[in-house]
Design a protein around this ligand. Sequence first.
Ligand SMILES: [Ca+2]
Ligand SMILES: [Ca+2]
Ligand SMILES: [Ca+2]
Length: 300
Amino acid sequence: MSVRTLAVCLMLATPAFAATAHAQSKTYPNGRGGDVTLPMGDLSFADEVVSFKPGTSSRNGESIAQKATGAADFKSGVDDSYVTLGCGGELVVRFTDNALTDVEGPDLYVFETAKDVEQTDISVSKDGESWIDVGRIAGATTALDIKGKVKPADTFRYVKIADHEHACTAANAGADIDAVAAIGSASRTVFDSAVLFDTGKAQLKPGATAVLKDLAASIKGHSKVRVVLEGHTDATGSDAVNVDLSRARAEAVGDFLTANGVAEAVIDTVGYGEVQPLAPNDTAANMAKNRRVEALVIVG
Ligand SMILES: [Ca+2]
Ligand SMILES: [Ca+2]
Ligand SMILES: [Ca+2]
């Protein structure tokens, strides 16, 4: 499939994304002389580096893993826009304002800046700990369809990119990663629990309604939409209590959305309790970050 054909397919696969708030379709260099159009624009890209284990490569000294986050920015002849994995290298990135999910057609696009894409294994994770192998990019294939590898409604925050140690004799072994994009992107909004709830409670505070009305309005604008509401707590208290509280909070947000015109059938609620922290539970500020309800809006 030519690059141009691929770009068109991506557009057709998720036409409704263009209407999502703060997401605008945009075209990016694919690092190999072509380009790729992403329906959700800059939002699509992985936002943070979680970990980087450089492999053996003459270029590793110059590599900075952050270059693989944010929008694809490869320019021909300039080689500071990407990170070189190196032979056996491994990079883990995280989406913060979006998430990877299975939509029709390809779901994940790895911007690799070499003429021949080196064999690189890709896996995805919800929590950064348990991983699902979703395939390999190699040759001219840099888009992956996660269909059949994951449950249909699942969303993933983490992507791991690992060099396959296939061509380690080359001076610049290992894939050169400019950016990682979730094509079938869900937009993710994180609500601070303190804004929505009193401590230990699952009844919405009066002040919560304004932000949640905005969320309801953004969902109702789409004819084909799914919403996943995830409740999360800090690590204070027992696991069981935290799971119950986080579920009750996610359900309270779901009830508010249905009361404000969102069809109940499109809403899923999950209580994760304390198992998916955004930060270590070591300071008051970090623990506050972990107390949250996340809303993933998946269009298409
Ligand atoms: Ca992003
Ligand atoms: Ca797919
Ligand atoms: Ca880059």
